[in-house]
Design a protein around this ligand. Structure first.
Ligand SMILES: Cc1ncc(COP(=O)(O)O)c(C=O)c1O
Ligand SMILES: [Zn+2]
Length: 391
């Protein structure tokens, strides 16, 4: 495992030391990237070695590009890459197989690992739902206090899991942006360290492992496109970082990187609007509403990073209505045996859409992210599909 060299601002490239806990760039409040000395690692961190040491399960197989500290782990990562039965070039990265049933486990495993390393005692997070469950679980595993703020209408599973893990949970009459404001207002007085999306450097670092995994699972090659259900965008940003690191380490041939496809719901599509307007940042989406709870992020903090990645990758941001997302969810359950989260179904719906539009060809190899388990959403999905218990 490498030592962290420094943290680098994603906006102004200022650097700060990782010796003490950091949040945002002290100069411009941009999100910070973790930087290692990869030139030194190049000779020693070989991709053939990755799976050799079986003591390192899940995403920790990429320990040679993760901070050199003792992990707090519940077995996150190395999730299945499922081949579609109908589309020979489509694979679904099944992130519902993670602890707490979503990809949020990766980022929060690393954020809590570092919090423990730094000796932090109290963490706080605003969450659309799954990050809350993941923080609660890893904080419990690490013996750290978790303070969670989430919308009062989150999928019920997110509330129950956070309570069961012993977190302090506050349900807020509002959206994740309102929850974020409460954390920001109270954190200093309460002594909380804020692990909000993109406001600390290590959630990106955990989520980048999705990029390493998908490339390794495709035989150390890039797919043509990666479909990512986008709220705050940590995964998209993390995977792009992973591609750069893999190229620097010589783990993948630096040919054209995948087109990154940011998928949202028409009920909350700030990234799509910004992308279509060629803007450099997004504007707050008013009255955000969608049953894809994780996509209800009206103003992503890392919008400027995502817009650059979408553009550089030749990708696109697109949104589909909830009815179309639900139809795709039902289609994949019935015809593939995969119970997607609504967010994952946004990705499958987007694939159909871009195929029909000719943006992608059926021969293009693509990876669709099912970011969470469908079973975490039984209340919201049943309501959307009109399913009621009958005797
Ligand atoms: C299942 C699911 N998919 C996607 C997202 C969006 O993730 P990100 O904030 O990394 O864009 C979330 C966020 O809560 C989620 O829970
Ligand atoms: Zn900066």
């Amino acid at each position: 495992m490498p030592k962290i060299k420094e943290l680098e601002c994603s906006r102004c490239n200022a650097t700060v030391s990782a010796e003490t806990p950091q949040t945002l760039c002290p100069k411009c409040a941009g999100s910070l990237y973790v930087r290692y000395d990869l030139r030194t690692a190049k000779g020693t961190a070989k991709r053939e070695e990755i799976a050799r040491d079986t003591g390192w399960a899940g995403m920790w197989r990429y320990r040679s590009v993760l901070p050199a500290v003792e992990p707090v782990t519940l077995g996150e990562g190395w999730t299945p890459m499922l081949r579609s039965k109908r589309y020979p070039n489509v694979a679904v990265k099944e992130e519902g197989a993670n602890p707490t049933g979503s990809f949020k486990a990766r980022g929060l495993a690393l954020a809590v690992t570092m919090a423990k390393h730094y000796g932090l005692k109290k963490l706080a997070v605003p969450s659309a739902g799954n990050a809350a469950g993941a923080l609660a679980a890893y904080a419990a595993a690490a013996g750290i206090e978790a303070n969670i703020f989430m919308p009062q209408d989150v999928p019920f599973a997110n509330y129950v899991e956070a309570k069961m893990y012993g977190a302090n949970v506050t349900l807020v009459d509002g959206l994740i942006s309102d929850c974020g404001r409460i954390v920001a207002e109270r954190k200093e007085k309460e002594g909380w360290f804020d692990v909000s999306t993109l406001k600390e450097p290590f959630r990106i670092e955990g989520k980048k492992t999705m990029g390493f995994e998908l490339v390794e699972q495709l035989g150390w090659d890039y797919p043509e496109a990666v479909f990512y259900p986008t709220g705050g965008g940590v995964g998209l940003i993390g995977m792009w970082k992973a591609f750069a690191e893999m190229e620097e380490l010589g783990w993948v041939t630096p040919r054209r990187r995948p087109k990154m496809i940011a998928v949202q719901s028409s009920g909350c599509a700030p990234m799509v609007r910004a992308f279509e307007e060629h803007a450099r940042a997004s504007k707050m989406w008013e009255n955000a509403a969608t049953f894809a709870a994780g996509l209800r992020v009206p103003k992503p903090y890392g919008d400027y990073i995502m817009l650059e990645i979408l553009q550089r990758s030749g990708g696109v941001a697109l949104a589909l209505p909830d009815e179309v997302i639900l139809t795709s969810l039902q289609d994949w359950a019935r015809n593939e045996g995969i119970f997607l989260s609504p967010e994952g179904a946004a990705a499958t719906a987007a694939y159909d859409h871009l195929l029909n539009k000719g943006f992608l060809k059926p021969t293009d190899r693509v990876v669709l992210f099912n970011t969470g388990a469908g079973l975490k959403y039984t209340d919201v999905t049943a309501e959307a599909a009109g399913i009621r218990r009958v005797n």
